[in-house]
Each structure stands twice: as C-alpha cells, then as structure tokens.
Design a protein around this ligand. Structure first.
Ligand code: AMP
Length: 215
C-alpha cells in the first residue's frame, strides 16, 4: 500500500509518518529529509537544493522528480509513505507515470487540513533529534531531557528553514503550488481529509480508519 501525506509545513506529516512506521510495515520517503542529507553530504543535488531551501522556495521539479525516480528504482517493494512529495501538479503527474511503469499505484492520498494561523507557532517551536529524527516542540512536546532526545540522547536542533523569516515564504509556496496539487487530486476524487489540528494520537486514529487499518 503506497500513501501520499500532503499538507502545509507543520501540519504533522512527519509525526504521523513516524507513527505509521512504528506500527506498520512502511518505509518513508521524506524528500525534505533526503535533501537535508544531501546538503550535509555536500553533494551536487544538495548544493543546488540549499539555495532554494534557505529561501523557503521549492526545489525545481526536474531535480525532485529525478531524486524520487532514483529512490523508486532502489525500492525494495515495501509500502512507501510519500511525505512532502508531490508538491506541484507536475510532480504529481510524474509520480503517477513513474508508478504506472512499475505496475504500482498510490492507494491513499491523505490531506492534513489545518488552520494556517497555528502553523507558524508549530514551526518556530519545532525541534528535531539530529540522530533519530524524533520530533519535539518546545511548548507542546518538550523533551524531558532538555536539549537531548528522550529516545536516543541525540541533540535537538532547529531546522534552518523553521525560522520566522523563511516560514512566510514556505507557506506562500504551499498556497501557490501545493494548493493546486491538492485540487488536482480532489478533482480525481482521490483525496481524503483528516483534521490535523487534533492531538497526534487522534489524527493517527483518523488515518488508520482511512487506510482501513483500524481494528
Ligand atoms: P520539508 O522537510 O518537507 O518541509 O521540505 C523542506 C524544503 O525542501 C522545502 O521547503 C523545499 O525547499 C524542499 N522540498 C522538499 N520536498 C520538495 C518537493 N517535493 N518539491 C520541491 N521542493 C521540495
């Protein structure tokens, strides 16, 4: 079963991906994580992506599509959660044709509906473990170990693009590019919505219901 989690930055896609992986047999393709790893590795893709990411802009479609094609060519046949891809209609169309070639498909597209006003607070307070990727929030989900991860002891860091100066542009890009992508899927009657303003456990239950995984 392949899933797309689509929603604004800070709407909880990463948190829900982790919950799904912990309980079910999914692998996650977070294109944002792949790009951040490419930047750390100082690869060509990383260096190209960094200029866009630092400004809150989208990385060009051709770069993103090549990156996902490469990932899919090495895929082990496990169920994939697409987190943060597609973000444009061109990416959505490419993903469909990519999967079709491999006789695969997207089974569910889950839209994380959220009031934009609460996103800035979510994003500025977000902290991520540099080792295991666990996600915290300084107010709503602080680590009991201060600046260290409760799970693995790794240090918690703030993403460079979770600063207020960049967040406005990321949300504008979401409206401009991902809004039409959501409408593209809605028009094809492939979209299901969850209320991602609820607590993570409640959102998770909604997702399990959508995926028909709830007991
Ligand atoms: P994320 O971790 O999903 O919030 O992504 C962080 C940043 O990576 C975004 O603001 C974009 O600059 C870039 N990015 C991630 N996924 C994509 C995508 N599918 N298309 C274009 N840019 C992307």
């Amino acid at each position: 079963m392949n899933l797309i989690l689509i929603g604004a930055p800070g709407s909880g896609k990463g948190t829900q991906s982790r919950l799904l992986i912990d309980k079910y047999n999914f692998v996650q393709l977070s294109t944002g994580d792949v790009l951040r790893a490419a930047i750390s590795a100082k690869s060509d893709v990383g260096m190209t992506a960094k200029c866009y990411m630092d400004q809150g802009k989208l990385v060009p479609d051709d770069v993103m599509i090549a990156l996902v094609e490469d990932y899919m060519s090495k895929q082990s046949g496990k169920s994939v959660i697409f987190d943060g891809f597609p973000r444009t209609v061109a990416q959505a169309e490419s993903l469909d044709s990519m999967l079709k070639k491999n006789a695969a498909r997207i089974d569910h597209i889950v839209y994380f509906k959220i009031n934009p006003q609460i996103l800035v607070k979510r994003l500025t307070g977000r902290r991520t473990c540099s080792q295991c990727g666990e996600i915290y929030h300084v107010e709503t989900k602080p680590s009991s170990k201060g600046h260290l991860c409760e799970k693995c002891g790794g240090s918690l860091t703030q993403r460079a693009d979770d600063k207020e100066e960049v967040i406005g542009e990321r949300l504008a890009q979401f409206e401009k590019n991902t809004g039409p992508t959501i409408e593209f899927y809605r028009g094809q009657k492939r979209l299901v919505e969850v209320d991602s303003m609820q607590e993570p456990e409640v959102v998770f239950k909604q997702i399990e219901k959508v995926l028909d995984l709830a007991n």
